[in-house]
Design a protein around this ligand. Sequence first.
Ligand code: GDP
Ligand code: MG
Length: 358
Amino acid sequence: MSTGKKEPSQPVNPLPQAGETGSSPESLEPAQSQDAIDAMLAQATAFRGAAVPAADDSTSSLPPVGEQRCGLIAIVGKPNVGKSTLLNALVGQKVSITSRKAQTTRHRITGMRTRAATQFVFVDTPGFQTRHGNALNRSLNRTVVGAVNDVDLIVFVVEAGQFNLADAKVLALLPEKTPAILLANKFDLIHRRAEIAPWLRSMQERHNFAEFVPMSANNAKDVERLFGICEKYLPVQPWMYGADELTDRSDRFMAAEIIREKLFRLTGDELPYTSTVIIDQYEEEGNLRKIAATIVVERDGHKGMIIGEKGEKLKRIGTEARHELEALTGGKVFLEIWVKVRSGWADDEARVKTFGYE
Ligand code: GDP
Ligand code: MG
């Protein structure tokens, strides 16, 4: 999976081995020494649930309905903390686009993963938007609030060692009744683990977190362990999706998202986040897909930024999107992209709706 960012050369793996200790994070004591801090991290992240079989997803023989577990897990947090990267890693395939720009994710994206008797249904959300009060952001915020109120578990993602007003605004939305895991992501960027202890204690005071999980969404071992941590919060009930299903989103929707990802990644920061992609045509003819898409921007000047000199930029967006779509669908893709200007679309409630936002 490409996340558009270089892996650090020496990633640390802060997590203890499964089953090392069994005490709950509520028992965290103030600790000063490195040993005490290590013990604390070990306790807080201890694997307390039933064992999950290693990597192989056994989908060949279905477990009896009475033994099936299934539940919804909302992944929430402010923009850019790594929610979509985490969802893709959990699902094992890209279902949510990512970029270094905040506000990349705009919809509630559901990604599923079925392992042994348990079906994990993950809901990725747009980060809570605080900067602009326009119709697009109001719609994004409704999506976040809707997502946290009907789930079995909340994974609240922050960057390890950090907590600011934007994090606090998301945290304030979490209902008390639903268990929440504090996922301290990008732990690979923390080089002095001792510094995390006081931060950890302050986080415990902010919310009654069920567990504390320092990890990196781009570390496969950490992601593997997260399944075990989440599993015990999911109720015994029949699966909601087929064992092989990975997302509830259509190919047509994925096409728009993939084009939008290339657009975000290949244009500089000067292109405002309000540009969007609409699929005008999506036709399947045997192994060929004919896709026509329009990139909608707010100003004439933005159009030039996307098209680039002699159309170079737009050509590259199209080529990269086509390659990814061909890999996703396993067939050939014929892709045509247009750029149109519709000023003020992000401020207009009706238009935000027609472009597919809830
Ligand atoms: P979202 O807005 O919360 O969905 O964040 P994204 O998943 O789009 O990620 C934002 C940026 O953080 C991307 O550049 C990711 O590659 C990067 N990122 C995500 N997880 C990690 C991690 O564990 N470690 C590091 N170093 N970077 C990460
Ligand atoms: Mg995202």
